[in-house]
Design a protein around this ligand. Structure first.
Ligand SMILES: [Ca+2]
Ligand SMILES: [Ca+2]
Length: 241
């Protein structure tokens, strides 16, 4: 009985030793594997959130390793439910890709890119940015003359007004070329309710006041408003003074 007990006890002891050995080997193996395949430290630097993109753009990123199997770049939108592979392979030494033609995608405000390390297929996401390849809408420029005048003469101050709109990037600036009536070639038009004779702030109606000079005789002159959106798209419209 004693012998049997001793044998069973020894067997149990050896079994625990074996289990510890297996667990140790597994732990060492796990550490080795995780070390050999540790995720690269990747971060997307451009776009990194809030950009307004039109035309062809360059995606840039950083990484502490060069994946042997290279990179893949994907684009997501519509709350991440739609996607497209922008480029399936770029060399692992690359940290930028300059051929992102945004005109192939609809205007939208929740795009983000994904840089994929093809060695381990671990993705790194950018923050969301806007794609806008549509020019602003610009109305015909209307002219308000002093008092009850229907036309202007030199030294009269005229108020020029245009209404613009843009989505999703929004308006960056509106200017008017008033050089035909003695003003500047790129005069700022305002929508702040105070400057340029603007009556109401933020109603998308932009105004500028120009003192007419240098014109001669009975003539009509053209003024041209230019609206630029935050993605750099521009559009113009004209009026007659
Ligand atoms: Ca636009
Ligand atoms: Ca206004």
């Amino acid at each position: 009985m004693l012998g049997n007990t001793s044998t069973r006890s020894g067997f149990a002891h050896n079994g625990i030793n074996a289990l510890v050995l297996v667990l140790s080997m597994f732990l060492i193996l796990s550490l080795s594997v995780s070390s050999a395949f540790a995720a690269a430290d990747v971060s997307v630097t451009f776009p990194n959130g809030g950009e307004y993109w039109a035309d062809t753009q360059t995606v840039t990123w950083t990484s502490d390793t060069d994946p042997a199997l290279g990179w893949q770049i994907n684009l997501y939108w519509n709350s991440g439910t739609e996607s497209s592979t922008l480029v399936p392979y770029i060399a692992g030494t690359a940290r930028s890709w300059d051929s992102f033609d945004t005109t192939g995608f609809s205007d939208g405000s929740d795009y983000f890119v994904e840089i994929v390390n093809r060695d381990d297929y671990i993705p790194t996401l950018s923050n969301t940015f806007i794609i806008d390849n549509t020019a602003p809408e610009v109305s015909t420029v209307s002219v308000a003359y002093p008092g009850t005048q229907a036309e202007s003469k030199n030294i009269d101050e005229v108020t020029l007004t245009t209404t613009v709109s843009d989505s999703p990037a929004g308006i960056s600036s509106v200017t008017i070329d008033a050089s035909n009536i003695g003003g500047g070639a790129s005069v700022t038009m305002y929508d702040d309710g105070s400057n340029g004779g603007d009556a109401t702030a933020d109603d998308n109606t932009y105004t500028a006041q120009i003192t007419v000079s240098g014109t001669s005789g009975d003539d009509y002159q053209t003024v041209t408003a230019t609206a630029t959106d935050n993605a750099g798209n521009t559009n113009t419209n004209t009026g007659t003074v």
